[in-house]
Design a binder for this molecule. Structure first.
Ligand code: URP
Ligand code: ZN
Ligand code: ZN
Ligand code: ZN
Length: 467
């Protein structure tokens, strides 16, 4: 490989903003030199990237994706190949996806299956969390082995009875195990038992449109589950608890109270909760199905609490929960019964841009943008140092970002393998120009130059997040 110099840009990390040249050697960043009085003039390189007028930022770290995820009788429409390529287009250079334990089968079988789907196909680096669908003596023992292999986080579901659901006893046992082996428990916090009663009642009463998905999955049932998860984690011995896809103001309040009490409790939200609302779910002609995900979109009034939580560090991470299903043939499975609409939204390509728009809109500072999208997710899931920052010794995962470019998000121009955009027609300021993954150009001046199989599996450390 060789040397690459990125000259003249504003290097933005979670901690700093400095005008500096960045020197890359093979897969790593080897030096930064502040502009002007620097040895950078003397650096020779095979490739010089001019970043004048641009930001030079760490590649995005999206710790919540579901490529090829089985759900509701179908599969998420992005494969590891198409989904990671789209991620690269959007300035994300690491994804952590969810390997799924099938009920009645071992964690090992699930993990092997996900390794087989991803190996040799990814454009960017990837890791795995493990979804526990069956907490028993066998899977509890296997958790220890997975931590040793760099699968250091485990998702449990308080929702989806009969599918992924774990009861409180199973959750407690998994949390106890994580407290012992250093793992992090990720929680889908919605009271699925109560929700299923409301679903049945709604469908029986003929309330079958997509908007009822939002009505039955009540804010109170997200807040209640969040509270319960926090208490169970305390009883289990304070293993880190990371609540995924937080959407309700009342759930943010539960996290804030726990954090004020000094507990190792963390929260993630997603762009869809920051930029979309129940108004989208109510779109006519079944168009609302495009916005069916769980936790559901909320009334727009919840957004202020999410933005505030991101500023006050009551929420630490924004990931996408990228789980795309085509409108045609997949979302349509739920015509006449919203409970049959596969849950999930596309977005892996849009996250860095939407969060930059939040900088433009005044919700976040530039450094906080990089923190919630790169540094904090890397720390939370044991990748920091290697991923999430621009510093000597880190992987050369670097994005040259044009903060002044204007673009319109659309399914016509995106690279995700899905037939609609959740943000169709939205104007955003800022755009990815060039992307390096471990020193290799994967996007160069808005042309794809990467290849399937460049991305490698990332064994992860345990949680490095302090505070
Ligand atoms: O609707 C969603 N979020 N689908 C993906 C699965 C999950 O619960 O994260
Ligand atoms: Zn979930
Ligand atoms: Zn998810
Ligand atoms: Zn390669």
């Amino acid at each position: 490989m060789g040397r690459v110099v990125i000259r003249g840009g504003l290097v933005v990390t979670a901690a700093d903003e400095i005008e500096a040249d960045v020197l890359v050697e093979d897969e790593k960043i080897v030096a930064l030199a502040a502009g002007g009085s620097t040895p950078a003039e003397t650096w020779t390189a095979g490739q010089v990237i001019d970043a004048t007028g641009k930001y030079v930022i760490p590649g995005g770290v999206d710790v919540h994706t579901h490529m090829e995820m089985p759900f509701g009788g179908t599969f998420a429409s992005d494969t590891f190949e198409t989904g990671t390529r789209a991620a690269a287009w959007g300035g994300t250079t690491t994804v952590v996806d969810f390997a799924v334990q099938t009920r009645g089968r071992s964690l090992r079988e699930g993990l092997d299956a996900w390794h087989a789907k991803a190996a040799g196909r990814c454009a960017i680096d990837y890791g795995f969390h493990m979804i526990l669908s069956d907490v028993d003596d066998g899977s509890l023992k296997e958790m220890d082995l997975l931590v040793d292999e760099g699968i250091t986080s485990f998702k449990l579901f308080m929702a989806y009875p009969g599918v992924f659901y774990s009861d409180d006893g199973q959750i407690l046992r998994a949390m106890q195990r994580a407290a012992g082996n250093g793992g992090t428990v990720m929680m889908h916090a919605e009271n699925g038992i109560a929700i299923d009663v409301l679903v049945e009642q709604a469908v029986a009463a003929g309330r079958t449109d997509p908007r009822y998905h939002g009505e039955v999955r009540k804010v109170l049932l997200e807040a209640e589950a969040t509270h319960r998860a926090i208490q169970l984690a305390r009883v289990a011995g304070d293993a880190p608890l990371y609540v995924v896809h937080v959407s309700a103001q009342e759930a943010v309040a539960e996290l804030a109270a726990a954090r004020d009490a000094g507990l190792p409790v963390f929260g993630e939200t997603c762009p869809q909760y920051l930029f979309l609302s129940t108004d989208n779910l109510a779109e006519p002609d079944f168009e609302g199905a495009k916005y069916v995900c769980s936790t559901p979109l909320r009334p727009a009034a919840h957004q202020a609490a999410l933005w505030r939580g991101l500023r006050t560090d009551d929420l630490q991470v924004v990931s996408t929960d990228h789980c795309p299903f085509c409108f045609s043939g997949q979302k349509e499975l739920g015509r006449g019964d919203f409970s049959r609409i596969p849950n999930g939204l596309p977005g892996v390509e849009n996250r860095m841009d939407l969060l930059h728009q939040a900088v433009v809109d005044g919700h976040l500072t530039r450094r906080r943008w990089i923190d919630i999208a790169c540094a904090a997710p890397a720390r939370m899931f044991g990748l920091y140092g290697r991923k999430g920052t621009i510093a000597p010794g880190a992987d050369a995962d670097i994005v040259v970002y044009d903060p002044a470019a204007e673009q319109t998000l659309s399914a016509r121009t995106h690279h995700m393998n899905v037939d609609y955009s959740a943000y169709e027609g939205k104007r955003v300021t800022g755009r990815v120009v060039t992307v390096l993954s471990r020193g290799r150009t994967v996007i160069e001046e808005r042309r794809y130059t990467g290849h399937a199989g460049h991305g490698v599996f990332l064994p992860r450390d345990t949680c490095q997040y302090v505070g």
